[in-house]
Design a protein around this ligand. Structure first.
Ligand code: AMP
Length: 493
């Protein structure tokens, strides 16, 4: 087995690694560090949780330990898709570079330009940035990228999802042709393949096992849930979640609860809070200070339940999360792998449970196909759903209306107001669900659309979180639930 001491890292970096308590390099580190130290381009196909951050940070620090940065001319660049990931890379950098004298700046939204300008003016060795914010600084003439010796692109597949690829291409074009590139992606979509073929030069390709196959420590389960009636489905689903949490009892020390849509993140967090659970939401529409406060609280063990969207939680490293609840089946199978990878980290046990409604079954099948195993079915804590006949016997006034569909809710309606949360004492039907979300997750880190193919970018690609399963064509993503037909009715029609 490779040892850190075999890797030619700077002795001061080795000391920091030892102090961090790492014994041996992970496979991505053992594979990526030697070519990176030789100055070669690296293409790392690895997910979060594999130790990929250290696989580029450690050689970067070793290489930069010699030399000094000039004013406004950073010597290296690390591009991350979200602020949280950028902040996390910066933290990693601080840990591993604590015995080396290097300067860094973090260019992310939500932090004033002025502070960041001062740092850049002094000269930084490592500039960690989200693409949009970096280009903003560049266009204000505050930044010169001609001296970038190493450029790192982290989580390229998420950059693609968020429409950042034109920005990335532009940034590649602004850095010297001779730079070294360390490029990381969890998957190799054709667009990512194209970028790597264009901008990487004879890279060393290192691929590590998917986390789902690696993390045998995660116990998985799914509740196949069907609402007793269409108009009660949303509130019953939240009840199922609460019962699942309760059933875990004290074993559930903390948990991340994933929802597909930002509106649902808010609704579920609010609902849990109403029922006395210690929960808070995190998604890209919340302001930065709130996101940071919530995450810090969760990391410190002061907050028990973090209700999150995929983008906000992607790549976040909270070492001990006992449970992951998938309130929604993710519409992209690989997101399931990312989600459950938040628990069972570093050999610890973890439990990942999911709620699957009939309309999610196609996505659910795709997940089982991807992870190549069957997810054990758990009993529905609400019991078997009421037969259809029973629903028709409900009082007339509560019967869902299917004729004369109401207009689509206004796009600009505030999320919180659009979706009232049920009162703790009654499981009343939830009226119209949330307003459509057109806003991109991690909103302030905008793709500038200034690069090649800018018409594509974010508009075309993609709020993956907003893409659902079976949608009613022509009504947008958030059709009020009571105008959709039931599963059986759709099958029959
Ligand atoms: P990452 O995939 O970069 O998000 O890293 C996941 C976690 O693994 C982080 O908590 C790191 O601190 C930790 N880690 C990274 N490298 C090692 C290592 N060689 N040994 C043990 N833990 C590590």
């Amino acid at each position: 087995m490779t040892k850190f001491s075999d890797l030619n890292l700077n002795p001061k970096v080795l000391k920091a690694i030892q102090e961090a308590g790492y014994e041996n390099p992970t496979p991505i580190q053992a594979g990526a560090i030697p070519p990176a130290l030789e100055g070669r381009d690296v293409l790392g196909i690895a997910q979060t949780g594999t130790g990929k951050t250290a696989s580029f940070t450690l050689p970067l620090i070793t290489q930069l330990a010699r030399g000094r940065a000039r004013a406004r001319m950073p010597r290296s660049l690390v591009l991350c898709p979200t602020r949280e990931l950028a902040a996390q890379v910066a933290e990693n950098f601080d840990t591993y570079a604590k015995h080396v004298k290097l300067s860094k700046a973090l260019l992310i939204g939500g932090v004033s330009f002025k502070e960041q300008d001062i740092l850049i003016d002094k000269g930084v060795d490592v500039l960690i940035a989200t693409p949009g914010r970096l280009l903003d600084h560049f266009e204000r003439g505050k930044l010169i990228l001609n001296d970038v010796k190493v450029m790192v692109v982290d989580e390229a597949d998420r950059m693609l999802d968020m429409g950042f690829i034109p920005d990335i291409e532009r940034i590649f074009g602004l850095t010297p042709f001779t730079r070294q590139t360390l490029f990381f992606s969890a998957t190799m979509a054709p667009e990512i393949e194209r970028i790597t073929n264009t901008f990487l030069s004879n890279p060393e390709r290192i691929e590590v096992a998917r986390q789902a196959t690696a993390s045998e420590t995660i116990e998985q389960g799914v509740v196949m849930f069907k609402g007793s009636r269409r108009d009660r489905e949303a509130s019953e689903k939240r009840k199922v979640l609460r019962l699942m949490i309760d059933a875990e009892g004290e074993k559930c020390t903390n948990a991340i609860i994933f929802c597909n849509r930002k509106t649902d993140v808010d609704i579920v967090a609010k609902s849990l809070k109403k029922y006395g659970y210690d929960a808070a939401p995190i998604h890209g529409d919340l302001d930065q200070s709130q996101r940071t406060r919530t995450l810090d609280g969760f990391r410190a063990g002061e907050l028990r339940f973090l209700v999150a969207s995929d983008v906000a939680a992607r790549g976040l490293d909270v070492p001990s999360v006992s449970h992951v609840f998938n309130f929604d089946v993710p519409s992209h199978a690989e997101d399931y792998v990312h989600r459950i990878g938040r628990t069972g980290r570093a050999g610890r046990d973890g439990k990942a449970m999911m709620i699957c409604a009939p309309r999610d079954e196609k996505n659910f099948d795709a997940i089982e196909k991807l992870i190549q195993r069957e997810i054990p079915r758990l009993d529905n804590p609400l019991g078997t759903p009421a037969p259809a006949a029973e629903a028709t016997e409900e009082p007339k006034a509560e019967k869902p209306k299917r004729t004369r569909a109401p207009r689509k809710p206004k796009a600009d309606a505030p999320e919180a107001e659009a979706a009232p949360v049920e009162a703790p004492q009654s499981e009343a039907p939830t009226p119209v669900e949330a307003a459509p979300e057109q806003a991109q997750e991690a909103k302030p880190e905008k793709s500038t659309g200034r690069g090649r193919g800018s018409t594509g970018g974010r508009g075309r690609s993609s709020n993956r979180e907003d893409r659902g399963g079976n949608k009613v064509v022509g009504l947008g993503d958030h059709t009020p639930s009571f105008i959709e037909l039931s599963f059986e009715e759709r099958r029959a029609s």
